[in-house]
Design a protein around this ligand. Structure first.
Ligand SMILES: [Zn+2]
Length: 295
């Protein structure tokens, strides 16, 4: 069953529920949205903004409902409002008036990539104007909050049913990730980066499983380097309460052309490989939770 959340005449996300016997897995793709709202009011060309998208990530993992998982995908673009940030991670310099509640801008905001992005890269600002407070509040109520509510509901319902939940927070990363994060690296960016905030948001065995399955398919895998995971897995991941949350980043040139944003010739192969990873996860979860079914 497909359900769309309609809000103010626009749809914030797609929620796909299991079409096979359920497993305690919830997947979400917060940054793959490509529907640019009319009130964005950006000053840079759309093509530059699109570099912020985790384009096609929801399609790479489209088999999740087929193995019994829930898959949530945002429709709004990440550069409009970033669902993987806390609400107080907001740059007051973007606004035309004081924000009504206290703010706590993080390192992400310092770089220009907070709740509302200030720039698309180190030198290119997105806006030629200050944003009215009400405009940012509208982005929160129309996009951020519906998305977070849908994800929280899926997590809670799954946990209530199985006594445990595993969450995959799905992303993709630019090939120049180190440069973008202003990190000096001594090795190339891995094909996949698994983030568990340095071992705090997910049981190690689950991270081991995903790493093993990806490596078996020929990919290089790193952990927390350079992405550890941000707001969503920090909030959801509480292994002591049987809530396991992990971020998965895919290096974009593996599956798409970073300039045109089009899928490349390997897209189908990567998609098939991730379907295999999902099937392996389903077997693992059937062994490690109350679900007892044949694999
Ligand atoms: Zn992302």
């Amino acid at each position: 069953m497909n359900m769309e959340h309609l809000h103010g005449g626009s749809s914030a996300f797609t929620l796909r529920t299991p079409v096979a016997p359920s497993i305690p897995l919830v997947c979400d793709s917060p940054h793959s949205g490509t529907t640019y709202p009319d009130d964005f009011g950006h000053a840079v060309p759309r093509a530059l903004l699109r570099a912020a998208e985790d384009t096609h990530v929801e399609a790479l993992w489209q088999a999740a409902p087929d193995v019994g998982a829930t898959l949530l995908a945002a429709h709004f673009p990440r550069s409009y409002i970033d669902a993987n940030r806390t609400l107080d991670d907001l740059d007051p310099e973007l606004l035309d008036a004081p924000w009504p509640t206290p703010l706590a801008p993080s390192e992400k905001t310092r770089l220009g990539y907070g709740l509302i992005w200030r720039n698309v890269n180190a030198t290119t600002p997105i806006y030629a104007r200050k944003l009215p407070v009400a405009e940012v509040q509208r982005r929160i109520t129309r996009c951020y909050q519906p998305y977070h509510t849908a994800l929280a509901t899926a997590i809670e319902q799954t946990h209530a049913r199985f006594g445990a939940v595993w969450h995959l927070n799905l992303h993709s990363m630019p090939n120049n990730a180190y440069e973008r994060l202003q990190i000096q690296n001594t090795h190339p960016l891995a094909d996949f980066v698994l983030g568990d905030r340095d071992g705090t948001t997910c049981e190690p065995a689950f991270v081991d499983l995903v790493e093993r399955e990806l490596k078996a398919r020929g990919y290089t895998v790193a952990r927390n380097d350079p992405y550890k995971g941000v707001q969503l897995i920090a909030h959801i991941g509480q292994p002591g309460r049987q809530r396991h949350s992990m971020q998965v980043e895919i290096r974009r040139p593996i599956y798409m052309d970073e300039t045109s944003r089009e899928r490349n010739a390997q897209f189908g192969t990567v998609q098939r490989d991730l379907t295999g990873v999902l099937q392996a996860i389903a077997c693992y979860l059937r062994d490690h939770s109350a679900v007892r079914q044949e694999c």
